[in-house]
Design a protein around this ligand. Structure first.
Ligand SMILES: Cc1cc2nc3c(=O)[nH]c(=O)nc-3n(C[C@H](O)[C@H](O)[C@H](O)COP(=O)(O)OP(=O)(O)OC[C@H]3O[C@@H](n4cnc5c(N)ncnc54)[C@H](O)[C@@H]3O)c2cc1C
Length: 319
């Protein structure tokens, strides 16, 4: 990014330690880049660090993002970084934030390949990482005809012969969701389904076949799923597969910093204003806090965090 200039508000800061930045943003996906844009427009001095592993890196296109439907994911990020160059107070660094220490609204970040830096606020926009089933043939098809988000990809395979992969309540939820796009659904649980009798009856009532046998492999051609092959040798034709397995914080920084979580996956920002966490001065936005994991919502949460951060900095400066 362009040469960094001290923001108006930092010059007026009453902070004796004079931190290097108003805000450090960890993560340069839709959430982090959106926050950087709003903060740049607030003349805030921002360092955004990104290790370059966005959650949707396996996807061929980003779908359902207003005015960017079917844009390649890397293209959205490249354009956003390009447009940030207009804002001299925003600096982009391609590298991993390894550790952060916080004390009374002040942060010190250790970044790989960069000297340690300090800031008045810190935003975690670090995203999630998905657990991917270890099934032969899965990797070659992932992102082309094997998907995890029906809202992102089911429109493209609507009405087709769809497979669902998962267990228990998560698999039921995926099956329920997919009935909006296809009536031709088969659930593969690859071992014990962990479903209640009531769930099994619900599948039956809705003509959703259940296979609890172990899976041998997925067979496809040029990225398109053709069949699910079971260990007992049975081959069941399918045209696309949706899986629902757990996802986790991509970064351990939220845990290290002592953030409250609202469930196993998401940092709790619900109790506080504008994406703030329970740690003073620390904000979190995007998939690492979310329940609806769309990119457009991550971007909106980043903008919301930026609003909250700028507001709190202004309040601090006027104290
Ligand atoms: C296969 C797939 C397809 C998808 N398709 C769609 C779709 O079509 N439409 C849609 O709306 N959503 C889609 N999604 C969801 C979409 O990927 C997310 O909503 C979006 O990426 C969330 O943005 P984010 O900024 O929260 O996180 P991310 O985009 O994951 O960005 C987080 C960034 O932070 C970086 N980071 C993490 N820790 C550190 C650290 N310590 N230091 C520096 N950098 C760090 C990561 O490397 C990453 O670059 C898809 C997801 C998957 C898995």
């Amino acid at each position: 990014m362009g040469a960094v200039r001290r923001s108006q508000n930092s010059d007026n800061s009453k902070d004796s330690q004079n931190p290097d930045y108003d805000v450090i943003i960890v993560g340069g996906g839709p959430a982090g880049l959106s926050a950087a844009l709003v903060l740049g427009r607030c003349l805030r001095k921002v360092l955004i660090c990104d290790e370059g592993q966005p959650r949707n890196s396996r996807a061929e296109a980003l779908k359902g993002f207003l005015s960017r439907d079917y844009t390649p994911p890397h293209e959205l990020l490249r354009t956003a970084r390009e447009q940030l160059k207009r804002y001299d107070s925003v600096e982009f660094f391609a590298g991993k934030v390894i550790n952060v220490q916080s004390s009374q609204n002040r942060f010190e970040a250790v970044i790989s390949g960069h000297s340690p830096v300090t800031s008045r606020r810190l935003l975690l926009a670090t995203g999630l990482i998905d657990e991917v089933p270890a099934i032969k043939g899965f990797d070659e098809l992932y992102g082309k005809s094997v998907f995890l988000c029906p809202y992102c990809d089911a429109w493209d395979v609507a009405g087709k012969q769809l497979a669902i992969y998962g267990k228990g309540e998560r698999a039921m939820e995926m099956a329920r969701a997919l009935t909006a796009w296809s009536k031709n659904l088969i659930l593969f649980t690859d071992g014990d389904s962990e479903l209640s009798d009531e769930n099994k009856h619900q599948l039956k009532r809705n003509s959703i076949e259940l296979h609890e046998e172990n899976i041998e492999q997925l067979v496809g051609e040029k990225g398109i799923l053709k069949a699910v092959v079971l260990k007992n040798g049975r081959r069941i034709e399918r045209e696309a597969l949706f899986f629902d397995t757990p996802s986790y914080q991509r970064s351990d920084l939220a845990i290290k910093l002592g953030c409250e979580f609202k469930n196993e996956r998401a940092v709790n920002t619900n109790k506080y204003e504008y994406e703030a966490t329970n740690i003073p001065g620390l904000y979190a936005a995007g998939n690492n806090t979310g329940d609806i994991l769309f990119a457009v919502i991550a971007a909106a949460e980043g903008a919301r965090a930026a609003f909250g951060i700028n507001k709190s900095l202004t309040q601090e400066d006027l104290l």
